[in-house]
Design a protein around this ligand. Structure first.
Ligand code: BES
Ligand code: MN
Ligand code: ZN
Length: 500
């Protein structure tokens, strides 16, 4: 794995500050009991420094003191919390992230006091701080042969000082599993496309077997037998064979219908014969962010032993131009039997998802299906990098997803579906065409997918703007964001668990 950091827990009552000390405060600089005790007379030094630096205590701001007089520590970091009465779930994640962002590689070990002016954080809040540290500390440096010191990410261990170590550790057993899932997804998205081609991706997904996930890999022969002509048409131009990977975690009651997650895994998207321009094409290594999220999510669910039956299925291909590539004008037959006229070989993600959605719907009869895909450039025109687009045929599922988006901070904006849009992908020669033209590009892509889901409650998340190349945040500086893992883990834990 790439750069990560060790996070542990120690009791707040017995903090022996050395190295870097991190304290949370708003602009009043009212510290909690452990902070007051630790700072002692040095609190006056901090106040002076805060005034000189015009520390305003805004959320995520920072007062950075080196070798403060009267303290044993090398460095004291006061991280601003803003209004402490109004901190939500994902704010504690951000506070941990903001703290980690001030620590440098090659620096000393750090201790973070998990308290506010009013007293210690709850085990859940403290666990979120720890998760935020780990999320922020991740760097993808696997291919850097010269590692620099003093990069903005800690490498020395970080201890979170908490009121109840045992209870916080218990919380973090689950939260840490989710972090591991996010980091796994990021790692897959960041990997270069010469390393992470479909067979290699499938091999990495198969490692989930270690956690008790049942993993089946469909090769070209198996997919041909199933009639997955839409997926195989995309794949046929590449020297790398495609794969479908089906992951199953059975943590729920035997016989309970599973929840299902489906991911677009285009390991590289050149556009095919409808080839893309050169500018920025290297980003198309991330066109498998949906599949990466599904793998990371399955990791999270299995590692925290979620009480749910879950299926994850990913369609892995490479979209290349070649003498064997599919052409505009080709007509392919999907596994569902519906025929598709290829208008643009660059609208390949929907072709891959069409067969995987149909396969999962038929084989597992799930409670719902959620697919994730870096499907359209148009979703970035509409929503930028703040929200992923959500298309949904079921209001209850849409509401639950939107809520999970708010609480996790991985936000979704619902977009419309409708018969008028659906008409735009009718074809002169086949049952449908794979592109509806420029207008409503994200919606017509979703309409296309909907033709392969039948009556099953379903949501499509277009993560082209959020899954990769998203701007850095308090909890992520990596190119691949791992978007969707925390969101969907939250969806599952809020609504689909608890019965065994
Ligand atoms: N993978 C792309 C969408 C994409 C673009 C993701 C930029 C992330 C960043 C997708 O396969 C694609 O090429 N979509 C086309 C569809 C069009 C040909 C109908 C698009 O968005 O231009
Ligand atoms: Mn494309
Ligand atoms: Zn694509």
């Amino acid at each position: 794995m790439s750069g990560t950091v060790k996070v542990g827990f120690v009791p707040l009552s017995a903090v022996a500050p050395r190295g870097v000390l991190v304290i949370f405060a708003d602009k009043s600089l009212a510290f909690g009991p452990a902070g007051r005790k630790t700072l002692g007379a040095a609190a006056a030094t901090v106040k002076r420094a805060a005034a000189a630096a015009k520390f305003d205590g805004k959320r995520g701001s920072c007062l950075d003191l080196l070798a403060p007089q009267g303290l044993q520590v090398d460095r004291l970091l006061v991280i601003g919390t803003g209004d402490q009465g109004r901190l939500g779930d994902d704010d504690f994640l951000k506070l941990g992230g903001a703290a980690a962002g001030r620590l440098k590689s090659g620096g000393s070990a750090a201790i973070v006091l998990a308290e506010l002016a009013g007293g210690p954080l709850t085990p859940q809040q403290a666990s979120s701080v720890a998760a935020g540290v780990r999320l922020r500390a991740y760097t993808f440096d696997r291919y850097k042969t010269k590692k620099k010191d003093d990069e903005a990410a800690p490498t020395a261990p970080v201890s979170i000082a908490v009121k109840d170590v045992a209870a916080t550790k218990k919380e973090f057993a689950a939260a840490g599993a989710v972090v591991d899932g996010v980091l796994m997804a990021r790692e897959l998205v960041n990997e270069p496309p010469n390393v992470l081609f479909p067979v290699e991706f499938a091999r990495r997904a198969a490692q989930l077997r270690r956690l008790g996930v049942q993993v089946d890999v469909l090769d070209v022969k198996a997919m041909t037998k199933l009639g997955m002509g839409a997926l195989l048409g995309v794949s046929q131009g590449s020297a790398h064979d495609g794969r479908v990977v089906v992951m199953r975690w059975n943590g729920g009651r035997r016989g309970d219908k599973p929840v299902a997650f489906i991911g677009k895994g285009v390991c590289f998207d050149t556009g095919g014969i409808s080839i893309k321009g050169a500018a920025g094409m290297e980003d198309m290594k991330g066109d498998m962010a949906g599949a990466a999220c599904v793998v990371g999510l399955m990791h999270a669910l299995a590692a925290r032993k979620a009480k749910v039956n879950a299926v994850g299925a990913i369609g892995l291909v490479e979209n290349m131009p070649s003498g064997t590539a599919q052409r505009p004008g080709d007509i392919v037959t999907s596994m569902s039997g519906q025929t598709i006229e290829i208008i643009n070989t660059d609208a390949e993600g929907r072709l891959v998802l069409a067969d995987v959605l149909w396969y999962v719907g038929q084989k597992f009869k799930p409670q719902f299906m959620v697919d994730l895909a870096t499907l359209t450039g148009a979703i970035m025109v509409a929503l930028g990098t703040e929200y992923a687009g959500m298309f949904c045929n079921n209001d209850e599922l849409a509401t639950r997803l939107a809520k999970a988006g708010q609480t996790s901070g991985e936000r979704l904006w619902r977009m419309p579906l409708g018969a008028e849009y659906d008409k735009l992908i009718d074809s002169k020669f086949a049952d449908m065409k794979n592109s509806g033209g420029r207008h409503a590009g994200s919606i017509t892509a979703a309409q296309f997918l909907q033709r392969f889901v039948g009556e099953t409650p379903w949501a499509h998340l277009d993560i082209a703007g959020t899954g990769m190349a998203a701007p850095s945040t308090d909890i992520n500086t990596s190119w691949g964001s791992g978007f969707g893992v925390r969101l969907l883990d939250r969806l599952v834990s809020d609504h689909y668990e608890g019965r065994r």
